[in-house]
Every structure is written in structure tokens, then in C-alpha cells.
Design a protein around this ligand. Sequence first.
Ligand code: CAO
Length: 415
Amino acid sequence: MGKALDGVRILDFTHVQSGPTCTQLLAWLGADVVKVERAGEGDITRGQLRDIPDVDSLYFTMLNHNKRSITIDAKNPKGKEILEALVKRCDVLVENFAPGALDRMGFTWERVQQLNPRMIVASVKGFGPGPYEDCKVYENVAQCAGGSASTTGFDDGPPLVTGAQIGDSGTGLHLALGIVAALYQRNTTGKGQKVLAAMQDGVLNLCRVKLRDQQRLARTGVMEEYPQYPNGKFGDAVPRAGNASGGGQPGWILKCKGWETDPNAYIYFITQAPVWKDICKVIGREEWLTHPDYATPKARLPHLMEIFGKIEEWTKTKDKFEAMEILNKYDIPCGPILSMKEIAEEPSLRKTGTVVEVDHPKRGKYLTVGNPIKMSDSPSDVSRSPLLGEHTEEVLAELGYTKEQVAELRSAGAI
Ligand code: CAO
């Protein structure tokens, strides 16, 4: 079966996490992704957080599936020639260098356009145009600058970063969408364009409900679904909401049986109004159904923490899976707090290809996250990440280089 992006050629100049997430997705959708790396070290993540000496790290392997790797020294004149040939041949150049690095290599937008007017140049940067546009940025900087950290955590604690890599992987996702849209537009215009996804913007896009709340707070001075209501204080900026639900349905994380020893014996519990009757029944608090403090969603708002405390008395008597089973019978929305160990071992995720076992010639078998986007006519197979420069000769042969020329390039330090 064909793939959605069959025939699309990507010149992949990405490194670390944000850019590689984007090009990995495009590769899973069928694009031919050729990753350019420097000979010797390659993408810095190959050597970071290694669990096996001298073997590409999981950090690298889990972000670079389905790609080919070619080593080119972009600052060597002969290396530059190879890159120019690749620019002419490819549809998209994706990069996430520090600001200005691609220009310093000689690949300005104007030069790329000269070489290939159909080329789409897609970039991740930390910030868009403005005071911080020249800054280098990593994940947590973006989480802090995009509004996530100030709105994550508990009211009495410091700002918190989240484990979900919304700055890097989140921005890579945004960029991938921009690239696919630019490819689509090129069908009618015949021209490439620049695509920029700034990490601050990507994080803010994912935090848009908090900008919603900022405006609600400015207008009303209070947000009734936040844990600060009714006894705490609101300032002039959106406070940290602990585990409160971001939507209109109050929720909280509650202890389950075993919480004393198991850090993940918890469940997320949502007191959705249409199932309130069932919640009261399940936890044995039917008197709440007629009590004026609990009977309606509005009446419950000032008592939410007390209500969750009472529900927790019930959840503490069940393990998280038992609680799920009981609550699901009544369509009460809830979710177990799953550890990474539990996720790695979950058979249904293996079955859908969301968690995949991959074989690597140097590290052996390892687990990775497969393509979370499932398409009925464009299934994704996950193939291992390339070794450094594994496809250099193959790609150069496709560009018309002979074996002798490849040997010359090697002795000139271009590849
Ligand atoms: N041949 C020759 N030179 C190469 C090369 C190649 N194949 N590949 C990279 N280089 C050079 C670049 O040209 C650059 O050189 P100059 O500084 O002389 O122009 C140099 O390598 C370093 O690139 P860099 O500045 O991008 O790398 P860094 O490790 O110093 O910074 C990072 C890393 C991520 C902070 C920076 O790239 C960045 O801010 N990127 C944009 C935002 C981003 O994507 N951040 C998330 C990263 S994922 O956590």
C-alpha cells in the first residue's frame, strides 16, 4: 500500500528533538527523509544519555526512525556542492539550527530560491521575530516562555515544567503541519515558501485555555472552577490550578488503594454533571442529590475540594483499575495515572502500533512510540534509525557521484 507522502523528498538538517520529531512524522507518512549530519559526532543526541557505551542513545534512535543518514561538512566547499545538489532535488529543507546558522552556511532563503524555487524551507526557532529572536532555546525555556510553567503546579509551589515535551515535540508537530500545508499550496502556486514554527508560539497554542482564563480573570476577578475559589486569593495573572480540569467539568487527582507505597496509585476523577446522580450512588452519598450545597453544578463549585475529599474516601478503597471498571459502567469520566512501565507493558498499545519494538544492529531490541496518527490508507511502519552516515554512499550515488568521486570527497573531508 502506498503512503500519503510518497515521492516527497526532505533534506533534513534537524538535530536534538524539535526538528527530528517533525521529520520523523513526515518519514512515517511516507516522505524520503535524508538527515544531514557532521562526520564523527553527528546529531549531538547520538551520544547523549547513553545507556550502552558507544551505541546511539535511545534519545537519538527514538526520534530518527525511517530516515537515511548522510554525513556532509556543510562548511567545506565540496560539501556545499553536495548540499546544493540536494537542495535542487528535494522538496523541503527542514532545520532547527540556532538563529542565523543556515544563513552562515550560505543557504539563505534567496540562495535556496535560486537553486530551487519550489523548495519549502521549514524552521523551528525558539522565538518568532521580537526581542528574543536571536536566542538559543531548549524545551524548558519554551515551556516557561510560552505560558505553560506559570500555569502548571500548585498555588503554594513554584512554577513547574511538564514531562510532555510540548516545546520540542509539540513544535515539531506544528512544523510538520505547516510543511504539509505548504506542499499542498505549492500544487497551485508552483512555488515554495518559508514555514516557521517558534517554540514559544507552539507552547502558547497548547496553552490557549490559559489565555482564555486570563481574560476571564481580568473581567470577573474570580474563576470558580479553580482551587483558589472560594477561600484562596486570585491575583492579576492566571494562577497555578493544581490538578483542576481545564474545562468546565471539575476534576482532580485522587488517591487509590496502595497510594502509600505506589507513587502512581491515583485516578483522575471528573464530576461531570450528567452523571452526578451515578457518582453519588457509587460512592454511597445519595443524600447529596437533594442537599442544596451539592445538588447543582453551581452549588457544588464552592465545595469542590471537600467533594473530592469525600470521593477519595471511596477511591482509596479500590485500586485504580478496579475504580476505572466500576466508574466506566456509569460513563463517569476517569483515567488511571499510568506509569511509563505500565504503558510500556500495555498490550493494546502494542496492538495498535503506538508502542513498537524495534531491532537495532548495535543496541538490539528497544521500545519506541510509533506514529500516533493512524491513517486507513497510509499505515506507518517503524524502521530503525540510521547509523551515522549509513546512507552517504547510497545518496551520493543517487546524485550521480561515482565511487572514485566519493573517495575523493572523503579524503577532502567533505563527507
Ligand atoms: N556541517 C558543518 N557545520 C554544521 C553542520 C554540518 N553538517 N551541522 C551543524 N553545523 C554547525 C552550524 O552551522 C553551526 O555553526 P555556526 O554557529 O558557526 O553557524 C553549529 O554547527 C552549531 O549549530 P547550533 O548553534 O544550532 O547548535 P548548538 O548546539 O550550539 O545549539 C540549539 C543547539 C538547539 C540550542 C540551537 O540549535 C537552537 O536554538 N535551535 C533552534 C531552537 C530549537 O530547535 N531548540 C530545540 C532543540 S531540541 O531540544
